[in-house]
Design a protein around this ligand. Structure first.
Ligand SMILES: Cc1cc2nc3c(=O)[nH]c(=O)nc-3n(C[C@H](O)[C@H](O)[C@H](O)COP(=O)(O)O)c2cc1C
Length: 179
């Protein structure tokens, strides 16, 4: 039997009731439906001190590199912080690089308290291009994120469909060659 593709999602919010984390769980459901094995990296549970280029192996850095490096596809989720990526996700990303992302399919998701998430998704896309990842054209921004969920479920079924599609597309578009 063929090994299922692996899809790993990294959630870049430390907030207890994080909407980014919730949204990524739904995206991973979509990936599972497409036959993938999935894992959520909830950075609330990871020990990743502020990245220091003189000491790149602190805390759980090696484990993070291992999990992301082994993944066929990665979903990156971040809250919009001042129009940018959260420091939490950026810090984790700085521990990673081309070794982990080259030849990896990447899906991008951002949650915003307001309505503007495009620049944040662009920042993520730029980062992924820089480490030679393959960002999917389909991406998801969630405006008004505080009101987007009711008891863990999406209020708007169209938005839920977009999020699940992100996971599904990641699973269905893993790279097979080495170039
Ligand atoms: C430091 C900080 C900066 C923020 N900046 C913005 C912003 O520029 N635009 C916006 O729409 N929301 C902004 N927000 C709101 C978050 O994007 C929003 O609450 C997001 O959904 C939080 O994700 P989480 O639920 O996963 O923590 C900010 C929140 C914080 C804490």
């Amino acid at each position: 039997m063929e090994t299922p593709p692996s899809v790993v999602a990294i959630s870049g919010s430390l907030r207890e009731t994080s909407t980014t984390c919730l949204a990524l769980e739904h995206a991973l459901d979509g990936a599972e439906e497409a036959g993938a094995a999935t894992e959520l990296i909830d950075l609330r549970e990871w020990d990743l001190p502020l990245f220091d280029p003189d000491d790149r192996d602190r805390g759980d850095a090696a484990a993070l590199r291992q999990v992301v490096g082994d993944a066929d596809a990665v979903l990156l989720g971040t809250p919009v912080y001042h129009g940018m990526v959260s420091s939490t996700l950026k810090n984790a990303f700085d521990y990673l690089g081309r070794d982990e992302f080259e030849n990896t399919t990447v899906g991008l998701l951002a949650t915003a308290g307001g309505g503007s998430y495009a620049p944040t998704l662009e920042h993520l896309r730029t980062g992924i291009r820089t480490v030679h990842g393959w960002a999917l054209p389909h991406e998801v921004g969630i405006p008004g994120a505080y009101d987007a969920f009711d008891d863990g479920e999406f209020v708007d079924p169209d938005l839920e469909a977009r999020v699940r599609k992100l996971g599904r597309m990641a699973a269905e578009n893993v790279r097979t060659g080495s170039e």
